[in-house]
Ligand binder design. Structure first.
Ligand code: URA
Length: 434
């Protein structure tokens, strides 16, 4: 076997065997195959595509390039949740304790934010004292004792994907269904859960801009997950405008707590209950998604979800008083306001631009490992479809650097459109793929 033959084979539209895929992926990961050959190989996949068997093989080869978590020490059906990334998406902070309070063990590995989308780990770290790293035994013990633990993803999970993704990023080979599917699913399979819930976002603030593309990606990920013995379902959800009103780490934690208290914004509450219901069903604690949804709603109304969140925070070293006093979260010194320039209706709040604005405040990182300002971000007082009068505050921006917050204010101004006609926002939950 040699790299040139395999590049030519894929370039000419032929199918690759698992051995051939493994030869390329592991050769590259180990440093035996250079960047230029892997780049050509990825471009050949980009144009010639891969069928489901090749995609499943690629997924498994990448999964096996590093550690595969053994969660068999945890009782019950473990369900993982993955969002393809959005702006203001703090659903994991809500869904995980709701599902755990209904008896579904949540053993979750989460990532940090990069670019304009946030990461669960950064959000949790805004709670004073919260730790996201722990030994495997402690992780398993905590899930068995309290039903929930969240840790940061280590570099030992699917290292082949890490290296290949960095190359795709600079060779124009990111937007291919098989490559995206294998990248996401290799990490999910390595994380060791029994079932997988995918939240595939579509719209301006998402990776997939159209519903059709999001459906195609979701269908492929669901097929590959099920082919590999993990019950996998996906929700296609809107990311045309940000989810909820808060964007930024501590601000999102506060909003998640509000949702768990039953007084959060409608959209994030609706989506969280839907996803929690699906998770409860996948975890075998409900006959179907509808019953799962009812159980999630009861957990929210009774306060059991909030109590589970506080218990989880305390177990991981964080101050559980945060649920009673969000004032202990980091606060910003600089606050600026975006005001409506005329009367009308908010007709668009471009999620990507709001994500960029939030990044400019200091809440997001441009480069991996960059420090972020956990207190920074923005809060939307108006959403798409709302009426506004000239001078009304549409959004507050928070940070600790006047220059940065000013830049964010400018970007937020570009994100918000006001028109004379009322425009309803797009449907939040567009489709469920099983
Ligand atoms: N997220 C990933 O982890 N991989 C991709 O290829 C795209 C999004």
């Amino acid at each position: 076997m040699n790299a040139v033959d395999l590049i030519v084979k894929k370039r000419d539209g032929e199918r690759l065997t698992r051995e051939e895929i493994g030869y390329m992926v592991m050769g590259y990961t180990d440093g035996d195959i250079p960047d230029y050959q892997m780049s050509a190989f990825l471009m050949a996949i980009f144009f010639s595509g891969m069928d489901d068997v090749e995609t499943a093989d690629l997924t498994e080869v990448m999964r096996d390039s590093g550690d595969v978590m053994d969660l068999s020490g945890i009782k019950g059906i473990k369900v993982d949740k993955h969002s393809t990334g959005g702006v203001g998406d703090k659903t994991t902070l809500i869904v995980a304790p709701l599902a755990a309070s209904c008896g579904v063990p949540v053993a979750k590995m989460s990532g940090r934010g990069l670019g304009f989308t946030g990461g669960t780990v950064d959000k949790l770290e805004s709670i004073p004292g919260f730790r996201v790293s722990m030994e495997r035994d402690e992780f398993i013990r905590q899930v068995n004792d309290t039903g929930i633990a969240v840790i940061g993803q280590t570099g030992h999970i699917a290292p082949a994907d890490k290296k290949i993704y960095a190359l795709r990023d600079v060779t124009g080979t990111v937007e291919n269904l098989s490559l995206i599917t294998s990248s996401i699913m290799s990490k999910k399979l390595a994380a060791g859960s029994d079932a997988i819930l995918l939240d595939v976002k579509c719209g301006s603030g998402a990776f997939m801009k159209t519903e059709e593309d999001a459906v195609r990606l979701a269908e492929m990920m669901v097929r590959i997950g099920n082919m590999r013995g993990r019950k996998t379902v996906a929700a296609i959800t809107d990311m045309e405008q940000p989810l909820g009103r808060a964007v930024g780490n501590a601000l999102e934690v506060k909003e998640a707590i509000d949702v768990l208290k039953g007084r959060g914004p409608d959209d994030i509450t609706e989506l969280s209950l839907k996803l929690a219901g699906m998770m409860i069903y996948l975890g075998g604690m409900a006959e179907d998604e509808a019953e799962g949804g009812r159980k999630a709603a009861q957990a929210l109304q009774s306060g059991r979800g909030l109590a589970k969140f506080a218990e989880f925070v305390e177990m991981q070293g964080g101050d559980p008083a945060v649920t009673e006093d969000p004032g202990i979260l980091p606060r910003s010194d600089v606050v600026m306001e975006l005001k409506a320039e005329r009367d009308g209706y908010v007709s668009a709040i471009d999620a990507m631009r709001i994500g960029l604005a939030s990044q400019h405040t200091g809440a997001g990182r441009e480069r991996k490992d960059e420090a972020i300002d956990l207190s920074a971000g923005l809060y939307l007082y108006r959403k798409t479809g709302d009426p506004v009068k000239k001078g009304d505050v549409i959004c507050s921006l928070y940070g600790n650097n006047v220059k940065k917050v000013k830049k964010a204010l400018e970007e937020a101004g570009n994100a918000v459109k006001i028109s004379e006609e009322k425009k309803e926002p797009g449907k939040l939950i567009k489709r469920i793929i099983t």
